[in-house]
Design a binder for this molecule. Structure first.
Ligand SMILES: C[S@@+](CC[C@H](N)C(=O)[O-])C[C@H]1O[C@@H](n2cnc3c(N)ncnc32)[C@H](O)[C@@H]1O
Length: 392
């Protein structure tokens, strides 16, 4: 078992390591705060822009709105939010090797157009190999996460290409484990299975939210996926500010109450995605077939039912819930599965979930979780909107 009082790591057959509740947990309870071991920008390399990260600090990714002085690297032009952040970066995220690697990769990618995915994988590899010499223990933590050498031909060709590119233009300094194609390939697998996207602020005008930076979080990486999660992630990349040094931390908060022993799961993407798209993403990106309770129900739906799923579920929820619900939707689901009288209404828990825990704001698709200090107030983890259940 792991170390926190609220949750711990255990092994579940067919699911690998998993987070479980070590005691009954309340909706809104913060069960984890985690800091990244690796962070990297989600922007492509740009030749005509000497600032690697446009309006963000290259170290902590906070927005640089006002900057009275020019706080940037005199060699590569990367910008920082403060001199303190720049100074911290010089021995951590922005070592002389990273600085040179960024210059050379920027030059390479401006001369040779390559897909964004490949450019981002190059950024990740620079951060990961840098971690190997600035903090070997944290590099070993990265290596202990899920993900091994890919057999997928696309992954193989990316690893081959990036390994030979980095070897030829910016080979990392002497590494304890050596700089091998196999290590590059394993690192890319760790990134693919474990990285969280730190998103740009929500805007109703944009259907797709864009990612500002990616981070790998050593403990949050143990949460498995469920299409009806019981916990969700909050991040505050601009809110906390770099002065506190923890604006890239993520917080995992319970969506509703769960009993001791229950597995705590996140959804690896917005919960509104349809069955076929969820299955495809989970298979292609994470290598497993999801057989959660929601998928078991939706596997039997026709395509048109899938299209109207959320609308129908919300309507059903209006009819079925009559406003009187228990707090634990998972438990409801199990109770219902056991009750013959409820047969034919297997999708009821979905309806309850969408109605209660999905943000209503246009294009948001965020998940609502109670505020830790006011359980009657539900906060959206994407747009930040708060809904007071006592006033609804
Ligand atoms: C971020 S890791 C989660 C922790 C992982 N189980 C471990 O042992 O470190 C993601 C990987 O966990 C596994 N996983 C996550 N959710 C799962 C689920 N619902 N069913 C089966 N495997 C799952 C898959 O192998 C996936 O690639």
């Amino acid at each position: 078992m792991g170390t926190t009082a609220a949750i711990g790591v255990t092994e579940i057959e067919g699911r690998g390591r998993a987070m479980v509740a070590l005691r009954p947990l309340k909706g809104g309870e913060i069960v984890l705060k985690d800091s990244p071991i690796v962070l990297y920008s989600a922007l492509p390399f740009q030749s005509n822009n000497h600032q690697n990260n446009n309006g963000y600090c290259s170290n902590c990714f906070t927005s640089i709105t006002k900057q009275p002085q020019n706080v940037s690297c005199s060699t590569c032009g990367s910008r920082f939010c403060t001199f303190e952040c720049q100074s911290a970066a010089s021995s951590t995220s922005h070592t002389p090797w990273v600085c040179q690697a960024l210059i050379r990769l920027r030059q390479y990618f401006s001369d040779h157009h390559q897909a964004l995915d490949l450019q981002l994988q190059a950024r990740f590899l620079v951060s990961a190999y840098n971690l190997a010499f600035v903090s070997p223990p944290r590099f070993h933590t990265l290596l202990s996460l899920q993900g091994s050498v890919h057999t997928h031909p696309d992954a193989d060709s990316s690893a081959n290409f990036l390994h030979s590119l980095i070897s030829s233009i910016c080979p990392p300094p002497q590494l304890e484990l050596g700089f091998t194609l196999e290590l590059t390939s394993v690192l890319l697998a760790k990134d693919k299975l474990n990285a969280f996207g730190l998103m740009e602020p929500f805007s109703e005008e944009r259907e797709e939210r864009t990612v500002r930076a990616y981070g790998v979080y050593p403990v949050a990486s143990f949460f498995n996926h469920d299409c009806l999660p019981n916990a969700c992630r909050f991040d505050y990349i601009d809110v906390a500010g770099s002065a506190s040094g923890n604006n890239t931390d993520i917080t995992i908060r319970m969506i509703h109450d769960v009993p001791q022993g229950r597995e705590i799961c996140l959804s690896y993407f917005p919960v509104n995605l349809k069955y076929a798209e969820r299955q495809k993403r989970l298979k292609d990106d994470y290598g497993f077939v999801c057989d959660c309770d929601r998928c078991k129900v939706e596997a039997n739906w026709s395509e048109s039912e899938d299209d109207d799923a959320i609308d129908e579920e919300e309507k059903e929820a209006d009819q079925d819930t009559s406003g009187a619900m228990d707090e634990d939707a998972d438990e409801q689901m199990e109770d219902e599965e056991d009750t013959d009288a409820m047969k034919g209404e297997d999708d009821f828990p979905h309806a309850y979930f969408f109605l209660t825990y999905m943000c209503e704001r246009k294009n948001c698709w965020g998940t609502l979780a109670p505020l830790p200090s006011s359980p009657a107030v539900m906060e959206c983890n994407v747009c930040g909107t708060c809904k007071n259940l006592n006033q609804a």
